[in-house]
Design a protein around this ligand. Structure first.
Ligand code: NAP
Length: 497
């Protein structure tokens, strides 16, 4: 926080030369408040000149020489590190990072003399220490030193431990950050959690695991407007960092003038969501792979669509806890109707659903509701059989021997597996099927924009659609559920991919 109490945006620069460090800081200057100089990355010859750095930029700097055991590059003995710290202590750096296990009385004394503030840090690059809260509380700090913990969560339970530690009473000036994808919310929500700063990296660099670039932090996540009172919305999935949903919801919050932010939250265990929601003040969530079915066990009320489809993609806080609905179903239905030519055409239409996962459930429910005659094809036949049984459809294994049944259900083909999706781009789940050219073909995948499967269909002359419209429509419906407002018209044209 600066004198106004705002959480600082700190760019970590890890370069071999001082000139390159200055170039990085200058490039991102309009987004950042300060920069961390990672001296452990500098070439030996450059190290001698590192004390010039404070004169070469107008942002306050943190001086850090991170040891290898703390995730840095400095592998030399402490008696070679200490003189560098000693010189840096009085060279005009605003801050000096000193690990909690280090007792360099002369470095500390010089910092106090020169007005260089000490960041007293602990690092765990392998996990989250038990009792992190009490470790932070008991750090040997003097005066205005800042307590810092950078640890590596490996699960939702670890993230919860970090959030609890961060909320420890009596921890005044602190930096508590979780690295990697599990820790991502602690970086974006640093202001909500009362951290002194959050670190970020130049675009494309990720100096530490989970760093976001400053432009994304400020422009997409609206970091400057996040405070203790900001409402949090999120996507829960595992993995989650590829999600484009923050690019759909955050501009809409901004356009609607709402004090709210939307972040990706990697979640391994749906039951952990409620505690996470309590700690982070989460008011609503999009639900994605693999939680759409399992998340039903934590909702206090589900609507008919969730019960019928057996799949929930939206949670919103309401009386007594989280309520669940499924916006994939109406989003798929409206975009399919536009593609296939209206309800009359779909009634009785022979259709194939490829896949039997969460999305296939929503799609099969939508298609059977519209009166289509559905056949489910899936790699794991038991799942095809179970899904088809629930909706009164036929089913078959996803293999060449199913060609006869596929031909009988091929007026409409909806692809719902993740085969063909990044990083399985080369995969075509219906490789054995040759399109005639008169099929209507819908692939719910949106990354890449055109899968191998969808390209084959288009090249054969089929009417095709990818999953982008569905993704956007289901998000617009979620926005309405989250906020009570229509998705702003002005945001509909925003580029999400
Ligand atoms: P899910 O519940 O995990 O189901 C995955 C399905 O894909 C299963 O049927 C699985 O078959 C099948 N599968 C995975 N890899 C395969 C392979 N190599 N060959 C054949 N089948 C394979 O996932 P989901 O939630 O349904 O999501 C599936 C896809 O839908 C994802 O690509 C997701 O991005 C997309 N999606 C798009 C939207 C949208 O708005 N456009 C919305 C939701 C989901 P097994 O049963 O044999 O494992």
């Amino acid at each position: 926080m600066n004198s106004t109490g705002a959480t600082q945006v700190c760019l970590t620069v890890a370069e071999k030369t001082i000139a390159k460090m200055v170039e990085r800081i200058t490039h991102d200057r309009k987004y950042i408040d300060m920069a961390e100089v990672r001296a452990d990355y500098l070439d030996q010859a450059e190290l001698a000149k590192v004390t010039n750095l404070p004169r070469l930029t107008d942002v306050p700097l943190i001086f850090t020489i991170r040891r290898t055991r703390d995730g840095g590059k400095w592998g030399k003995p402490e008696n070679e590190r200490k003189p560098l710290l000693l010189r840096a202590a009085a060279a005009g750096f605003g801050y000096l990072d000193l690990e909690a296990d280090v007792a360099f009385a002369d470095v500390e004394a010089r910092c106090r003399q020169a007005g260089t503030r000490i960041i007293r840090s602990i690092h765990d690059v392998a996990g989250v220490p038990a009792e992190l809260g009490s470790i932070l509380r008991n750090l040997p700090r003097r005066g205005d030193e800042i307590a810092k913990a950078a640890v590596l969560p490996r699960s939702t339970a670890d993230l919860i431990s970090i959030l609890r530690a961060s909320g420890e009473p009596g921890l005044k000036t602190k930096i508590v950050l979780g690295m990697g994808p599990w820790g991502f919310p602690t970086r974006v929500l640093a202001a909500k959690l009362g951290s002194f700063l959050t670190f970020c990296s130049p675009a494309g660099m990720e100096t530490a695991p989970g760093h976001v670039d400053p432009e994304t932090l400020i422009e997409t996540y609206r970091f400057r407007s996040i405070s203790a009172s900001t409402e949090v919305y999120c996507i829960i999935a595992n993995p989650v960092m590829h999600s484009r949903s923050p690019w759909i919801h955050n501009p809409a919050f901004e356009s609607a003038g709402l004090d709210a932010v939307y972040v990706p939250v990697q979640l391994d265990e749906p039951r952990a969501f409620c505690e996470l929601a309590r700690l982070l003040d989460i008011k609503g969530a999009s639900v994605s792979i693999p939680h759409k079915a399992a998340v039903r066990k934590i909702i206090v009320k589900e609507d008919e669509t969730v019960s019928a489809a057996g799949s929930c993609n939206t949670l919103f806080a309401a009386d007594g806890g989280f309520h669940g609905t499924n916006t994939d179903v109406p989003a798929f239905t409206s975009t399919l109707l536009a593609l296939a030519g209206g309800k009359q055409r779909l009634a009785g239409m022979p259709a194939t659903v490829v896949g039997a996962g969460g999305t296939a459930r929503a799609v099969t429910y939508a298609l059977t509701t519209l009166g289509a005659r559905v056949c489910v094809l899936n790699r794991t036949v038991q799942k095809a059989e179970a899904l088809a049984g629930e909706f009164g459809c036929s089913w078959a294994p996803l293999e060449e021997s199913s060609m006869p049944v596929l031909r009988r259900h091929s007026d409409l083909i909806v692809q719902t597996t993740s085969a063909g999706m990044h990083p399985q781009e080369g995969s075509d789940p219906l490789w054995f099927y040759k399109f005639r050219g008169d099929e209507v073909v819908y692939d719910v995948i949106y990354v890449p924009k055109e899968t191998v499967f969808l390209r084959r269909a288009r090249e054969a002359g089929c009417r095709t659609r990818n999953g982008e419209h569905m993704l956007l429509e289901q998000a617009y419906l979620q926005f309405k559920l989250f906020t009570g407002l229509d998705y702003p018209a002005g945001c509909r044209g925003i580029t999400v991919f």
